[in-house]
Ligand binder design. Sequence first.
Ligand code: AMP
Length: 210
Amino acid sequence: MSDMITIAVSKGRIYDEAIPLLAKLDIIPKDDPKKSRKLILETNQTNIQILVIRATDVPTYVERGAAELGIAGKDVLLEYQGNGFYEPFDLGIAKCQMMLAGLKKANKTYTRPCIATKYANITQNYFADLGQQVEIIKLYGSMELAPILGLADQIVDLVDTGETLKANGLVPLELIANISSRLIVNKAAMKMKNSIIKSFMQRLSKVIEN
Ligand code: AMP
């Protein structure tokens, strides 16, 4: 069996914050994905390569063994419905919060609120735990628009600085989850490539602790 380890990393902020962590393990990509069109990045380590892909695709690649390891936000992992990977580490990067938010001027309670979100499963589970019925409208971006235009009463979205909510007249209402990026590991690879993955995890955990 090949000793190659493929790490699937969410593009954007998570990639930008994961690369310095990997550099501390002396894993350095040969190309910059912002300048190169390559989808598979070779690294200075001949047996390690990095995929830079959409956040929502990372669990799929790892669950199905196309990548042994992945780095993805907890938001994506909570939303993903699968169990084909281990989640051994909180990397403590790309921190933000999953929030319920609504119009500042709304100030009312809803018997069956209509919630716009990209995170339908997280939203469903959150309201089910509260024993409250909701209607969910699935959107793929710019959720903040929905309450402004009357498409929904409230939204569930990631909030970092809170500037986007504020700029659109919205306020955070409830914290649903604290979010950060996690290492995920394909279950079969953990057995088949145990020594190399274990050594990677041990070195990574030391870097995170410091
Ligand atoms: P902010 O204005 O700093 O609160 O950022 C909020 C906007 O950035 C929203 O549109 C979010 O969907 C997005 N966002 C915030 N944090 C993250 C993250 N860690 N990953 C992806 N998108 C994020």
